[in-house]
Design a protein around this ligand. Structure first.
Ligand code: ARG
Length: 446
């Protein structure tokens, strides 16, 4: 009977996270080293045992199959390499607090890289925006030509969106950067370990105060997936713009060759394939986020194995968002804007506003212009460039409106750079202190 044949190994395989644990191996080792050093510093194990354990943890490279997860595999490995003393690593810890810590470290690294990449992209977008302040560019609402603008104005728009996502990303990073380590399975441990010291060794800002949240929550990791998905929403809308603007129907933009591919049947085609894939991956990332939330929403507090199943989701979303950041950057920074006139009818609003500025109530002026348009009699009295120069408010495409916005955008970027640098240096200081302790232990053990 098939059902009776269900073997223990098969159940292990079904519930195992090994296939995916490879991704967090480095972080799991780091967390285990911090734990061992903490056991030594709080006088539960000898210096010699700590040194042996740290050395053995370092030598663990491959996760063998047939374990439930990396944590079991590594503990078993330590027992084989170091002997009975290795049994101390199981003291004052649980896989629950260790996996929660490793996941945060991994997400933290990826998030920092992504935020760095975004800073770089934002700075390049602002540079190009400065150079393209006079390049005519269509903007639209309802995808109908709206009013004259410039490519510089469009690039400043993208930077503004990215700056907004960036500040969400930084807040997400700060929330994520608190340590679950030492929270055990759910209520901590009877061992007098110092959670604040463990947090410092791993570069976290502080321990999470409550052990139930520390060992059993994934709220901050779901935030990471949300941040990644929301960033992709921005990228995906830009992708959509570029697909439309580069299409033969609109034909205002020429995408770099590396972003287009031709058709196997129709040799004239220049399909915006990177943009299409990005647009679709955005949908998949939203799926990852909602998948994680759906698995999460009904779990009782405390650890449940369901949590393991959503581990890949956070990182998949982050990876996609990083790729998308690079791809959108590459497209926006290398595309060519075609030197073409805009639709003269996009000057209609200016004409009505000019009348209003001379004293005619706007609605009356608007109606007159609308009648002219309908009768085919509309002929603008100003050029596109004049239209742009006339824009009077902050953030519009005029020299003063865009000039001021770009200046504000640059100083915000500088502030953001400093904020990330200072967060990075406090993380690195913590990790460096762990390395010093590790080296110290290993040297004497030699
Ligand atoms: N492999 C699990 C994860 O990735 C950690 C193990 C926790 N298992 C348990 N029975 N408490 O989340």
């Amino acid at each position: 009977m098939l059902y009776r044949d269900w073997k223990a190994e098969e159940a292990v395989k079904y519930t195992s996270s090994i296939a995916w644990d490879k991704e967090i191996l480095d972080q799991v080792k780091l967390v285990l080293k911090a734990h061992v050093i903490e056991l030594y510093l709080s006088n539960y194990i000898s210096r010699d045992t700590a040194a042996k354990l740290v050395r053995a943890i370092e030598s663990f490279r491959e996760i063998p199959e047939n374990y439930e997860d990396v944590h079991e595999a590594i503990e078993d490995y330590l027992l084989k390499v170091v002997g009975e003393e290795a049994g101390w690593v199981g003291f004052a810890r649980s896989r629950n607090d260790h996996v929660a810590t490793a996941l945060r470290l991994k997400a933290r690294d990826m998030l920092v890289d992504l935020l760095d990449d975004l800073l770089d992209l934002r700075s390049r977008l602002l540079e190009r925006a400065e150079r393209e302040r006079e390049t005519l560019f269509p903007v639209y609402t309802h995808f109908q030509p709206a009013q004259p603008s410039t490519f510089g104005h469009y690039l400043s728009y993208v930077e503004e969106e990215l700056a907004s996502r960036w500040s969400l990303g930084l807040a997400t990073l700060k929330n994520l950067n608190r340590s679950p380590l030492g929270s055990g399975a759910i209520v901590g441990t009877n061992a007098k370990i110092d959670r604040a010291r463990e947090a410092r060794m791993l570069g976290f800002s502080e321990p999470i105060y409550n052990t139930i949240q520390a060992a059993g929550s994934r709220a901050e990791l779901i935030d990471v997936a949300y941040f990644a998905a929301s960033l992709m929403l921005v990228h995906s809308r830009v992708a959509e713009d570029l697909i439309l603007l580069s299409s033969k129907f609109v034909d205002f933009v020429e995408l770099p060759d590396s972003h287009v591919s031709t058709s196997s049947l129709m040799p004239q085609k220049r399909n915006a394939v990177t943009m299409e894939v990005l647009r679709s991956r955005t949908g998949l990332c939203i799926g990852r986020l909602t998948g994680a939330m759906a698995s999460y929403k009904s779990l009782p507090s405390g650890y449940n194995l369901d949590l393991q199943e959503i581990n890949p989701n956070y990182f998949d979303c982050l990876r996609e968002a990083s790729l998308a950041t690079w791809i959108i950057g590459s497209a926006l920074l290398n595309l060519k804007v075609k030197a073409k006139g805009l639709d003269p009818e996009t000057l209609a609003t200016d004409e009505a506003e000019l009348l209003a500025l001379k004293g005619e109530p706007y609605r009356k002026a608007y109606k007159r212009i609308a009648q002219n348009l309908r009768a085919g009699l509309f002929s603008p009295s100003i050029s596109f460039n004049q239209s742009i120069e006339m824009k009077a408010v902050l953030g519009s495409p005029s020299p003063s409106g865009l000039g001021k916005a770009l200046e504000l955008q640059r100083s915000r970027l500088e502030r953001d750079k400093q904020a990330l640098e200072s967060l990075k240096s406090s993380m690195n200081e913590g990790l460096a202190s762990l390395r010093v302790m590790e080296d110290d232990l290993l040297q004497e053990g030699d």
